[in-house]
Design a protein around this ligand. Structure first.
Ligand code: PDD
Length: 294
């Protein structure tokens, strides 16, 4: 089946999709994006993703918003036309193309809008089952990480370095020794006493939609999350750790810089959090992820 994408209002075979090389997204990374998980053929938390997209565009003073109803319809149609049961929808909006390269942003943006959908296992994956081995790398990004900018070079370099070192992913460390977040996820640790810790929201991390959903689910169970910064040292000595993101949902971390956490296997609290989140998005855990029940 030919994969359908959507560019500026037109549905088109993905290989045929074209944008101008003068696009400010290409020249200046002047654009933002969202990745929304799809489970059982339906988007997960699309409203929160679209809220964050609008916030990112507002923070960058785009002066125009894509039509929200149209974007919702695009998500639905890309899922249906591409037969996506489990996977994600990628959406990108840039300030557009103006035929030359000018640092100064135009007064009136001509938004470039692009979306595509992809099938991908989100729940039953080797990483969700067995956990990630991560390395730590210095966080060399700009200081507005709350904006979901397409300027992802630092993250791409971090993940490439992780792969070169035989690891699965990277966690980013600020100059003060504290973990900010994962290269494309939020970072969480669990202490020996079962305390679940993740960094508080600010301009130095992305306000993850999955993170937010987990706060809701854990809160409904009366379980507390501590929002505070933690050092790389503390993470290496943690009993358990995990990441959250639309692409990996809740993924255990079993090793940091070659140091095993606990037994070097996904721990009981992480398994509980996976179970909680999978259930919240409508999965029958006994079928979709029986290993969380072990
Ligand atoms: N990344 N922090 C960073 C730096 C991220 O890139 C992401 C997501 C998150 C988690 O956000 P959410 O729970 O809303 O997916 C945190 C996406 C998935 C990506 O770049 O592919």
């Amino acid at each position: 089946m030919t994969r359908q994408a959507w560019v500026n209002g037109v549905y088109i075979a993905a290989e045929e999709a074209r944008i101008s090389p003068f696009d400010r997204g290409f020249l200046f990374a002047d654009g933002v994006y969202e990745v929304t998980a799809v489970y059982n053929g339906r988007t997960v938390d699309m409203d929160r993703h679209l809220d964050r997209l609008e916030r990112s565009l507002g923070e960058l003073k785009f002066g125009a918003m894509p039509d929200r109803k149209e974007l919702e319809e695009v998500h639905r149609r890309l899922i249906a036309d591409n037969g996506i049961v489990e996977g994600y929808v990628y959406l990108q909006v840039t300030r557009g193309a103006y035929g030359s390269r000018d640092f100064v942003a135009p007064d009136k943006p001509r938004l470039t809008r692009f979306a595509y959908a992809e099938s991908r296992a989100l729940i039953d994956t080797p990483h969700a089952r067995n956990g990630l081995r991560v390395i730590s790398v210095p966080d060399i990004r700009w200081s507005r990480r709350d904006i979901k900018s397409v300027g992802l070079l630092a993250q791409a370099l971090a993940k490439t370095e992780a792969k070169a070192q035989g690891a699965d992913d990277a966690w980013l460390v600020a100059p003060d020794g504290h973990i900010t977040e994962g290269a494309s996820s939020n970072a969480w640790i669990v202490t020996e006493d079962g305390e679940i810790i993740t960094r508080a929201l600010s301009n130095v991390i992305l306000a993850g939609v999955t993170r937010h959903a987990l706060f809701d689910s854990l809160g409904q169970q009366g379980r507390k999350i501590t929002e505070r910064s933690f050092t790389l040292e503390e993470a290496r000595n943690a009993a358990e750790a995990f990441t959250t993101a639309a692409t990996g949902l809740v993924t255990p971390v079993v090793e940091i810089d070659g140091v095993k956490l606990g037994q070097g296997r996904p721990g009981p609290i992480t398994r509980g959090v996976q179970k909680l989140y999978y259930t919240a998005i409508g999965a029958d855990v006994s079928k979709a992820a029986p290993w969380v029940l072990d």
